[in-house]
Design a protein around this ligand. Structure first.
Ligand SMILES: [Ca+2]
Ligand SMILES: [Ca+2]
Length: 397
């Protein structure tokens, strides 16, 4: 499935605030029910090795929501992130190989990073994400994931020095056999480790069966201690097809992954915080969603994780994972809900799990060419359209 070549302009942006509970939202709910999974447990108070924390607030139904355009005119933005200590800024990743700084809806100054000369951009290739070191304020370190001129994945460390971004070292180099399914997401976990999502290498149907092959770095979730010079990448997930976007819940540390499907099913995977770091098998290419895809057995090595939520291509064609809303500007009802959408249809949904139940809702709005969600330092959410605009999730009326 080619993410970016699919219809970019045919969708009309609907800024319709969903009044909640109405037929509009419900009518576009994904239809496939997931089965209970090993990860769909009700224990919301244990976040690690017996460590007990305050229970998260029960999520509401999302409440009335709308989208507010906060920036436009960007060049094919595919990702955005906030840097520690900089509450007024969003760093916007442009696929061509640039990162620009957004303040008050305007691009400020020179690009923060410009590596266009090193980047092959187009389709699913390009500069795909940025992640800031948790101690960025002190050390100026940040990380990018991009497709190099040879079409291969590079994760590189940069250091911000006064007004320049200086390349320091390449942390990951993975050959890509096909131009699609490059994964692309980088994010620091609550454990301080850098996580990267790797796609299965591309084509269709994972022809060389790399996602279930533990010796390949394709189709994996990997993590690295960037502060340990001797450390290597550790595989903590396999059986992923194209985990284009994933995130950690800033309150609970739970991991949420949007794994792009083949021709039938898009899925959201959920890993509770206490299981993050265990080797888990997300199923591809034995399963697409919960449906058998190839007639074979999963590779042993980790327990099989079924999606917490999935939808068919009746509702879209390429899932864009988002974030659990932990801000305060929207409504209390949105807190604790995981917002995600679809690149092709632009539809946006939210899902919440509470006491063993999974509830899903449509929001009623669509964002054309939805490439990413972003979270600022206050936990407010943004939606990024490759068409050049960024929207903020806002309280509806
Ligand atoms: Ca295969
Ligand atoms: Ca899966």
């Amino acid at each position: 499935m080619t993410r970016f070549l699919l219809a970019v302009t045919i969708f009309v942006l609907l800024l319709a605030g969903c009044s909640g509970g109405g037929s509009d939202g419900e009518a576009e709910m994904p239809q496939i029910e997931t089965q209970p999974t090993e990860t769909a447990e009700t224990d919301r108070t244990t976040t690690g090795a017996g460590e007990t924390t305050e229970a998260p607030e029960e999520p509401g139904d999302g409440g009335p929501l709308r989208l507010e355009e906060v920036a436009s005119g960007l060049t094919a933005p595919v990702h955005a992130a906030a840097a520690p200590g900089e509450s007024e800024r969003l760093y916007v990743v442009e696929q061509v190989g640039r990162i620009v700084v957004l303040e008050d809806g305007e691009v400020r100054g020179e690009p923060f990073l410009d590596i266009q000369a090193d980047v092959r951009s187009g389709g699913e290739q390009g500069l795909l994400s940025v992640a800031f070191h948790p101690d960025y304020e002190a050390n100026g370190l940040f990380y990018v994931n991009y497709t190099n001129q040879a079409g291969d994945t590079r994760v590189q460390e940069f250091e911000r020095r006064s007004r320049r971004s200086v390349a320091r070292r390449t942390l990951l180099a993975v050959d890509q056999p096909y131009p699609n399914h490059n994964g692309g997401q980088l994010a620091f976990g609550p454990d301080g480790l850098l996580y990267v999502g790797m796609g299965d290498g591309g084509a269709g149907g994972d022809p060389e069966n790399r996602a279930q092959d533990p010796t390949s770095r394709l189709g994996k979730l990997l993590r690295l201690d960037v502060d340990d010079r001797g450390a290597d990448w550790e595989m903590v997930g396999y059986g992923l097809r194209n985990p284009w976007r994933f995130s950690f819940d800033r309150l609970t540390g739970d991991l949420w992954i949007g794994d792009v499907g083949q021709d039938a099913i898009e899925e959201i995977d959920f890993v509770p915080a206490r299981r993050v770091g265990q080797v888990l098998n997300f199923g591809w290419d034995v399963f697409e969603g919960t449906q058998q895809f190839e007639d074979k057995e999963p590779t042993p090595g980790g327990p099989l994780v079924e999606p917490i939520s999935q939808y068919t291509h009746e509702f879209g064609c390429s899932v864009t994972g988002g974030f659990v809303y932990r801000g305060s500007d929207v409504s209390r009802e949105a807190r604790g809900r995981y917002f995600y959408g679809d690149y092709c249809s632009g539809r946006v949904w939210s899902v919440a799990r509470w006491e063993g139940e999974v509830s899903r809702r449509g929001t009623g709005f669509r964002v054309p060419s939805l490439t990413s969600f972003a979270e600022d330092l206050d936990g407010e959410l943004y939606l990024v359209s490759a068409g050049g605009s960024i929207y903020r999730l806002a309280r509806g009326v």
